[in-house]
Design a binder for this molecule. Structure first.
Ligand code: C2E
Ligand code: MG
Ligand code: MG
Length: 787
């Protein structure tokens, strides 16, 4: 329904037989009908009184007084009753009434009609001709009067008019004056028509009023809500751009008084914001240009200080013109978008930053790199990505808990922030992986220096409560555009470099080199092939003897893993063991080594031991002790004949748990050897923290000892002396020449392992060796045979 369209009201509705279909609130129209009756009834009462008095006067003499008196009494009672009832209905504050209430009024009207009119018909016969005319006129007046009195309730008029009309017809008919009696029905029909049209008009009017009232109620409700809320506010200026008709609300939103704002111009408001950043200043300049051209501008974000607080106001405006097309000012809306902006900024920040460290996250880092790569060609810059992976972070997390781990990551983040310069972006990619985007590399040297500084800083130690957290970092670097001109390529290549760096002893930086692709390809091939190696029977053990320096007797053999792949050929354990370790395959392979070596050693004479290499990760596995015991019992090997070799790297993760494990191994009677001593993180202090039975001096030291190199000799001598003082036996690894043999013997090493006696050989050869005994000379023959 359009705003003021009329409702469809038919006769059924007018005479209260139904409510108009599809219109709600018709009860309110009925209530209005009743209400309108009130004032009309007062007039009707007066008219009735005059009419009654006049009738009594006319009939006085022709009708007996008693009858007249009885009529007047009944009439008075009926009037009182009907007036009382009807007024009661009309007086009550009905919001809406049902059809029944209207019907009741109609019934009263009918009753009243009967009481008033019927006796008249009776008196009519007793009256003289002139009185009869007077009575007829009065009946007609009453009939017309009913039409007016009940104008608001056509249903009520109908009863009265019908009774009166029928009576008049009857009276006229009694006159025997031909068709004159037709006046009655015709007049009655005309009255019905009048009542219908009038009643319908009343209903329509009332309906429209109700509609309008409801609309304005809604509008004022909305307005009230709107005023109360912080939604938009309206403003306008005159042709000179001065604010005019300033509302409280607008003034308040702009942090001023209405009078103050009314003295200000739009231009002043726009140029007032001094603290704006560059983007905002540009937007304001654009808006000012629009104002100068008297054009519309929209969604201008204006920082404004209100009560010492920075707020952001959004303004939109369009020019107003006079009918002649002359510019007469601006009108616009404004709103305070501070909270919305802050929320949006928070969301953007969250989407781009790591919650734990507050550093940019992976997405942000990659976006920065992308931006740097896009800018680089224009300026001839070389952007770089530095990937940083923490060494030993996992063990800190596992042993000291996540809270300590989180603390460490935050410390690392602060470290990175301190080292990088302003134009670089340092971020956390996830886990213990960090990255730095360098938009323009000056020189590779400079980058190397920075990586060194990073490694130095990340070495720590960091502190968490009273714990010292020692980590380290491996770094991979790729420099664009040479190492890649897309984000993907550059990151992938930096990743390869990082991988290479991690393969080392830690705390290392690697710059990407195309050869790394081949390495990674090879690694992938090895990884795939290694999965099937144990089942395919491609693994075997070689044994290399450890000889007593003094007696020349074989004291034990070291079991060394061999992998012969049909396509890859012999793969060096130095190559595949780290891969097996990284991919979680070493557990299974290590178990096989342990069981096989124990079984083989059980065939040897009881004084000959076997040494098995175990990686630090194997030792840390909770199930290792069980595997160890089961391997010994299954093979029937005495625990004292088994020695486990672990490298120094075990100390880097030497937590309480590992230390306990090492002690438990020894408490089984199994011996422990420190392998490759002197290569990695050599700290003699480590040796005191776990009691090893044997110290194997790395071959790099042994091979360096020469008559003319007193320094290396001094180192070996010191190590031997220290081991002796701690009750450890010493093994010189990798002895190849007579000269080395003589020196280590002289230095007091207990055992010797090296090609000079024998290369690692197959199990059968090792067994044969035990029968024959060894001399340095036989080493060359056996080595040749083994090769
Ligand atoms: P490692 O435990 O230090 O083993 C000694 C390595 O030195 C062996 O290399 C051996 O062949 C080599 N070697 C012995 N004497 C000489 C010599 O006179 N001159 C030279 N140049 N080399 C000599 P291999 O067999 O290639 O093993 C390399 C490393 O792989 C081992 O070093 C060990 O750390 C690891 N490895 C071997 N087998 C296993 C295993 O079953 N489990 C684990 N976890 N690691 C193993
Ligand atoms: Mg070893
Ligand atoms: Mg070794």
């Amino acid at each position: 329904m359009s705003d003021r369209s009329l409702p469809e009201i038919n006769w059924r509705v007018v005479f209260n037989r139904a409510a108009p279909p599809g219109l709600r609130h018709w009860g309110r129209v009925r209530a209005a009908q009743l209400k309108a009756l009130g004032p009309a009834l007062v007039i009707a009462g007066c008219g009735l009184l005059v009419n009654t008095l006049f009738t009594v006067y006319v009939l006085w003499g022709s009708v007996p007084v008693t009858k007249l008196a009885a009529w007047v009494l009944v009439l008075a009672a009926a009037t009182l009753f009907v007036t009382y009832q009807t007024r009661r209905l009309g007086k009550r504050e009905f919001h809406a009434v049902g059809r029944k209430a209207i019907d009741r009024v109609a019934l009263y009207s009918l009753m009243f009609g009967c009481v008033w009119v019927m006796p008249i018909r009776y008196f009519f016969g007793q009256a003289g001709p002139s009185e009869q005319v007077a009575i007829g006129v009065m009946a007609a007046v009453m009939m017309a009067g009913a039409g007016f009195v009940f104008a608001s309730i056509p249903a009520a008029s109908v009863g009265f008019i019908t009774v009166t009309g029928v009576t008049i017809t009857h009276m006229l008919n009694a006159q025997d004056s031909g068709v004159i009696f037709l006046i009655g029905p015709v007049y009655m029909m005309a009255m019905f028509g009048f009542v219908f049209v009038n009643g319908r008009a009343f209903m329509q009017r009332t309906w429209l009023d109700i509609e309008l009232e409801q609309k304005s109620e809604t509008v004022s409700l909305l307005l009230r809500e709107y005023e109360a809320s912080d939604a938009d506010w309206l403003w306008r200026t005159n042709g000179g751009l001065t604010f005019e008709k300033v509302s409280q609300r607008t003034a308040r939103a702009l942090g001023r008084t209405p009078e103050g704002l009314a003295r200000m111009t739009l231009r002043e408001l726009l140029t007032e914001s001094r603290k704006a950043d560059q983007t905002t200043r540009r937007a304001i300049a654009a808006a000012l240009a629009c104002v100068n051209r008297r054009e519309a501008f929209s969604e201008l974000l204006l920082p404004i200080e209100i009560n010492g607080e920075e707020r952001i106001i959004e303004l939109s405006a369009r020019p107003r013109s006079s009918p002649q097309g002359r510019f007469v000012g601006y009108e616009g809306v404004g709103s305070d978008v501070t909270e919305a902006r802050r929320a949006a900024a928070r969301i953007t920040h969250m989407a781009h930053h790591d919650a734990l460290t507050g550093l940019p996250n992976r997405l942000h880092v990659l976006e920065s790199l992308e931006a740097a790569l896009a800018e680089a060609p224009k300026r001839g810059d070389r952007p770089a990505i530095i990937l940083i992976d923490l060494d030993r972070f996992k063990s800190i997390n596992d042993t000291l808990g996540h809270v300590a781990g989180d603390h460490l990551l935050s410390e690392v983040a602060r470290c990175l922030e301190n080292i990088i310069s302003d134009e670089m972006t340092a971020g956390r990619l996830g886990g213990d992986e960090f990255a730095i985007v360098v938009p323009a590399v000056e020189s590779r040297d400079e980058l190397e220096q920075m990586c060194l500084a990073l490694i130095g800083a990340l070495h720590g130690p960091f502190h968490y409560h009273d714990q010292r957290l020692v980590v380290g970092a491996s770094i991979g670097v790729a420099i664009g555009p040479r190492d890649g001109d897309t984000v993907e390529e550059l990151v992938r290549n930096a990743d390869l470099a990082l991988y290479k760096a991690k393969a080392g002893a830690g705390n290392e930086t690697c710059f990407y080199d195309p050869a790394m692709h081949e390495l990674s390809e090879e690694r992938r091939r090895i990884e795939l092939a290694l999965r099937d190696a144990p089942e395919a029977g491609q693994l075997s053990l070689n044994y290399q003897p450890l000889v007593n320096t003094q007696t020349g007797q074989i004291e034990s053999f070291e079991a060394l893993l061999r992998w012969n792949h049909p396509e890859l050929g012999q793969v060096s354990p130095a190559k595949f063991i780290p891969i097996a370790e990284d991919t979680g395959m070493l557990g299974k392979i290590g178990e096989w080594v342990l069981r096989t070596a124990c079984k083989e050693a059980a065939n040897w004479p009881a004084h000959v031991g076997v040494a098995v290499n175990v990686s630090p990760r194997q030792v840390q596995d909770a199930g290792f002790l069980v595997t160890l015991m089961s391997a010994l019992t299954q093979a029937g090997l005495e625990p004292r004949r088994l020695e486990l070799e672990v490298t120094e790297s075990v100390f880097l993760e030497l937590t309480g748990k590992t230390q306990k494990m090492l002690q438990q191994i020894q408490s089984l009677g199994v011996k422990l050897a420190m392998d490759d001593f002197g290569t990695g993180y050599s700290s003699l202090g480590y040796l005191r923290r776990a009691e090893f039975d044997t110290l194997k001096i790395d071959q790099s030291f042994v091979q360096a000892v020469r008559e003319d190199d007193p320094e290396s000799t001094a180192i070996v001598r010191a190590v031997v002396a220290l081991a002796g003082s701690l009750g450890m036996k010493t093994v010189a690894e990798g002895v190849q020449t007579e000269e080395q043999l003589a020196i280590v013997r002289e230095l007091g090493c207990d055992k010797i392992q090296g090609y000079i006696f024998s290369r690692p050989v197959a199990a059968g050869t090792a067994r044969a060796m035990l029968g024959a005994g060894l001399t340095p000379d036989s080493g060359a023959e056996r080595s040749a045979a083994a090769a």
